[in-house]
Design a protein around this ligand. Structure first.
Ligand SMILES: Cc1cc2nc3c(=O)[nH]c(=O)nc-3n(C[C@H](O)[C@H](O)[C@H](O)COP(=O)(O)OP(=O)(O)OC[C@H]3O[C@@H](n4cnc5c(N)ncnc54)[C@H](O)[C@@H]3O)c2cc1C
Ligand SMILES: *[C@@H]1O[C@H](CO)[C@@H](O)[C@H](O)[C@H]1NC(C)=O
Length: 609
């Protein structure tokens, strides 16, 4: 025991020493926030930034890096590199930048794709400081209502509603009001969630420390001993909540947020679950002006350093020399390949796209690549429904909050039946439905689209249900496809009209569904994944996390974004920070924290003066 203690202390000293020895330039050196400029709502103006089409003549000379994909994982990294003077080219296959953060308009309604609410944005906290920094202080955040989530359980004749409040004490106290007699279970749950979530730093550490050290920590079992996060990772959400309480509704309320990472409770790792619960404990926010503001404020920073963000630029392969070193990419321009060179290539396109679509066959076959692929799985497919409504939020009873609606409280059974069912039957028994009104969350909406509102509905769907139409034209895949989509729309709408009585069918001006194959087309998700690679228990083995890191087995090729860290806006951005740490040879997670501390002191001083 004493020897173990000595080893641990020695190890911690070594870890700290490693973590604090930095050498490259620091993108978080100074506070770069600028005074707030006037917001731009004009679409044409914004498109000049977000929709710069690819032509070879727009590619800057002497690039320092090429990034494939303009999601937050790609843009975030590009900004970090730009802040230390690097010239970066971001290439996006879609017709606008942003990845899951992009927006689109139909019939005069603007819709978001993958940003509904983001947590941890309290001012002066390091995550907020980092997000402010990479948008030069121009991206503003609007808090959601408190309660920010509503859990609705049960069939129409017996729906039970549970409001979820943010605030470390309030979250607990409000739950206790709903579940008298369950005080102990609630306290224990929150305590456990916090403890496990705090251990996340170890995941970042495993991806950043030298490989031999990572292997040592993994194979001696020390990773699990030293980290509450990895210790609890093999426990399923179902297992943990079933031990805490017998109350079936409370078990469901503890677990409702599994929709934010996509695994039903019996396959979900309690550690991933804890991260998400903890993420929203201090509140939830929405980008003022809509999700397109995110990329809109990042792109100019990349351009200022001489870089560019070009769209309609599908990379069809990464270029390698004889020594297996990446030296550039090939972009399809019509039928022709355009080759672009850079000393490093970083992919935000996800691990499957990168390794299976963009590498030459012989490199794809390398055991080290195959080993990583064998450890990762495709995540669940997403189903999104976009609704445009005639009426203001007041008229329609919409607020800046979210609803998580389930027909029963037995989530595992619901999801299993749905996923294993025939598609036409599954369409009638949607296991979970996320309902939110992006327009109600955005204070600039009324000015931009007076008298109108939007709803975003999200659920899951199997890629295989829609696969047969994948090669059809995106806007015209045929009547069978339309019919199947309509079956999902009809049953989902029935729930929405029931839970939101002020919304009536005659108010609906626009409605359409995006299926997994829609995700493949617009966000490049190979199997229609909503959150990239799967986040089930296997994703949280220390071994996987030590192995799947920003450096790939191929020289000059790196990974960023959600697959190299975790999903969500925050997870994909952590992927960018981790990748940036490797490239700049310093720990950017710690740099961001240091800047947050510094600006907090500065801000307090300013206020005190
Ligand atoms: C419906 C939905 C709702 C969500 N809700 C939330 C939420 O409320 N809060 C939250 O925090 N997170 C949410 N998420 C998750 C979050 O949006 C993502 O986890 C995160 O944005 C992923 O960022 P990324 O950069 O890793 O990947 P992406 O944003 O997917 O970016 C990858 C980019 O690479 C491009 N690409 C792929 N292949 C190529 C190629 N060959 N050449 C060029 N470009 C290519 C793609 O087109 C895409 O733009 C949601 C996601 C979805 C789909
Ligand atoms: C929207 O509703 C108003 C009245 O509430 C009505 O006058 C108008 O015609 C409607 N617009 C559309 C496009 O249906």
């Amino acid at each position: 025991m004493i020897i173990f203690g000595i080893i641990c202390v020695a190890l911690v000293i070594f870890i700290l020493k490693y973590v604090f020895s930095s050498s490259g330039p620091n993108p978080f050196e100074t506070d770069t926030r600028e005074p707030l400029k006037k917001m731009v709502h004009d679409k044409k103006e914004k498109n000049k930034v977000l929709k710069q089409g690819f032509v070879a003549s727009k590619v800057p000379d002497n690039l320092d890096a090429i990034i494939i994909g303009s999601g937050i994982g790609g843009l975030g990294l590009a900004v970090l590199l730009a802040k230390v003077g690097k010239k970066v080219l971001v290439l996006e296959q879609h017709s606008r930048a942003g990845g899951c953060c992009h927006t689109f308009s139909e019939k005069g309604f603007e819709f978001d794709v993958g940003i509904h609410y983001i947590g941890n944005l309290l001012e002066h906290q390091s995550f907020r400081c980092m997000v402010d920094h990479i948008t030069n202080g121009q991206l503003q955040w609007e808090p959601l209502e408190n309660p920010f989530d509503h859990v609705v359980l049960g069939p129409p004749e017996n729906r039970r509603r549970y409001p979820i409040y943010s605030g470390r004490t309030r979250f607990r106290e409000e739950l206790k009001k709903c579940f008298p007699g369950e005080e102990k279970a609630i306290d224990e749950y929150v305590k456990l969630v916090k403890k496990v979530a705090q251990g996340i730093w170890f995941l970042a550490f495993l991806k950043l420390c030298p490989v031999p050290l990572a292997k040592f920590l993994v194979y001696t079992g020390l990773a699990k001993r030293l980290s509450s996060f990895f210790r609890m990772a093999p426990c399923s959400l179902t297992e943990v909540v079933n031990k805490l309480t017998e109350n079936k509704d409370l078990r469901a309320v503890f677990g409702y947020i599994f929709g934010t990472y996509g695994n039903m409770p019996k396959d979900a790792s309690f550690s991933m679950h804890s991260l998400l619960v903890n993420h929203y404990l201090n509140g939830a926010w929405y980008p003022k002006g809509g999700a397109s503001e995110i990329a809109y404020h990042m792109i100019p920073i990349i351009e200022k350093a001489g870089g560019a963000v070009l769209v309609r630029a599908p990379v069809n392969r990464i270029l390698f020399n004889g020594a297996k070193e990446a030296y550039g990419v090939s972009v399809m321009k019509g039928q022709e390949e355009v080759h672009i060179r850079a000393p490093m290539v970083i992919s935000d396109a996800g691990i499957f796209n990168t390794y299976q679509m963009l590498l030459p066959k012989e490199l794809q076959a390398m055991p080290a690549i195959q080993k990583q692929l064998s450890m990762m799985k495709h995540g669940e497919g997403g189903l999104s429904i976009f609704v445009g409504l005639n009426g203001t939020k007041e008229e329609l009873g919409l607020k800046a909050d979210n609803y998580w609606i389930f027909p029963e409280n037995n989530f595992d059974e619901l999801v299993e039946n749905y996923m294993n069912g025939k598609r036409e039957e599954s369409a009638k028994k949607i296991p979970l439905l996320f309902v939110a009104s992006p327009s109600a969350k955005d204070p600039t909406w009324e000015e931009r689209s007076p008298g109108k509102s939007t709803l975003s509905l999200v659920s899951f769907a199997k890629y295989e249900w829609f696969e047969e139409w994948k090669d059809g034209k995106v806007s015209n895949r045929g009547s069978d496809y339309k019919e199947l989509k309509q079956a999902f729309i009809d049953s989902i709408l029935e729930v929405v009209l029931d839970v939101f009585p002020k919304i009536t069918a005659d108010k609906i001006e626009y409605i359409d569904a995006g299926t997994p194959i829609t995700n493949t087309y617009y966000i490049g998700a190979p199997k229609g994944e909503i959150y990239g690679a799967d986040h089930g228990i296997a994703r949280f083995s220390p071994e996987l996390n030590a192995m799947v890191r920003p450096q790939t087995p191929l020289k000059n090729l790196y990974l960023t974004g959600q697959d190299v860290f975790l999903c969500g806006f925050a997870g994909a951005l952590a992927g960018a920070l981790t990748c940036g740490s490797v490239i700049l040879n310093r720990n950017l997670h710690l740099d961001a924290i240091a800047l947050a501390k510094k600006t907090k002191i500065l801000n307090t001083k300013l206020k005190g003066e």
